[in-house]
Design a protein around this ligand. Structure first.
Ligand SMILES: *Cc1c(COP(=O)(O)O)cnc(C)c1O
Length: 354
């Protein structure tokens, strides 16, 4: 069996297999999505997520096919004309490009690859309605500090703040009074197979979408925020959803709650510290993100000569690490540090990297 340190799809959560077996026994793949049994699955996932991420009761928790879909839904439903984006890697850039493609005026602040922002140096346009932030840039290993994420709502209270926590949740302890909407997909730090996005959203976003709809603006057909929200009130979905994925998510989040989110976050930091200490001491590797305040705790990116060779020799030992993103394939490797990755496996990886 190989151990995956890839930043998504990633190592599966240790209890995944037993939950799959239980799902088969319960014939989850055949039940109606308009049944009481399905509503129970949706409700259970919501309750477990609320506990894990401390999500207030007035937030809707909605399901989509992917996080990429949620980028589109947020831009379509939360901004009539203008959005603002902090871009420091490929994922935040795609979020920005979606806004352009959807015909919005998109303001962009861009940091060089591998660097974060000095946010106080950038002024969000008065007419911008939506500020889009990426907590963890999976491509570069740069993370935006929580204090920076929380700065925007304090500074621009009238604008909607959206945060991509796709490759970091459940690690960041978001202050929900300062975040209107956040989202992730399950194949990163939740250790599940891909195909399910989770969208946490408040009433400010819903009101904006309803207002735009009333004005005759197009806010989506397959999924719009008002249709998702209306169905959610009944623990249902507009289309037949990924019932299996929702079932598994509820179960895995319950297992995480049994450990406790505080412990999961603490262990994430301890494992990240081991990896960064190794990278700093190593002669061959070095951390790709120079500023320690901007280093991701969940996706650790390292510079190394001849990364393809390193990746191949680790693979022979059953350890699968990620390549650098896009053009950085030739100089970087990426190592995921998600809850499914044990201390033992991190130590084993460090030993082999040496
Ligand atoms: C993987 C990723 C996405 C896209 O997620 P999908 O589930 O593949 O749509 C978006 N943002 C970040 C930061 C990611 O790492």
């Amino acid at each position: 069996m190989q151990v995956f340190f890839t930043p998504g799809p990633a190592q599966l959560y240790p209890t995944f297999e037993s939950h799959v077996q239980q799902a088969i026994r319960e014939q989850i793949g055949s039940i109606s999505h308009r049944s009481k049994q399905f509503r129970g699955i949706y409700q259970f996932a919501v309750e477990q997520l609320r506990e894990l991420l401390n999500i207030p009761a007035d937030r809707a928790i909605l399901f989509s096919g992917s996080a990429t879909e949620i980028w589109e839904r947020i831009i379509q439903n939360c901004a009539e004309k203008e959005t603002t984006h902090f871009v420091n890697g490929s994922f935040s850039k795609r979020f920005y490009e979606f806004s352009v493609e959807l015909g919005k005026k998109a303001q962009k602040f861009e940091a060089p690859f591998g660097q974060g922002f000095d946010i106080t140096r950038h002024t969000v346009s008065d007419s911008s309605e939506l500020i889009c932030l990426t907590h963890n840039e999976t491509s570069s290993g740069v993370s935006m500090p929580l204090a920076d994420i929380h700065y925007f709502k304090k500074t621009y209270p009238g604008k909607i703040v959206a945060v991509d926590v796709v490759s970091s949740a459940p690690y960041p302890d978001l202050d929900w009074s300062l975040v209107d909407t956040a989202f992730f997909s399950v194949q990163k730090a939740f250790g599940l197979p891909a195909g399910l996005g989770v969208w946490i959203v408040n009433e400010t976003c819903l009101q904006k979408a309803e207002q735009m709809k009333q004005q005759g603006q197009y806010i989506g057909t397959h999924h719009s925020l008002p249709s998702l929200w209306k169905n959610y009130l009944n623990y249902e979905t507009p289309a037949t959803p990924n019932v299996f994925g929702m079932y598994l998510l509820g179960k895995v989040v319950k297992d995480m709650n049994a450990i406790g989110v505080r412990k999961i976050r603490q262990e994430t930091e301890e494992k990240a510290t081991l990896l960064y200490q190794f990278l700093e001491q190593s002669e061959k590797f070095r951390p790709a993100v120079e500023n320690p305040a901007h280093r991701s705790q969940t996706v650790i990116v390292a510079e190394v000569e001849n990364p393809a060779e390193k990746i191949a020799s680790l693979k022979e030992k059953g350890l699968v690490i990620g390549s650098g993103y896009g053009a950085y394939k030739d100089k970087q490797v990426r190592i995921a540090n998600f809850p499914a990755t044990s201390f033992e496996n991190i130590q084993k990886l460090i030993k082999e990297l040496e």
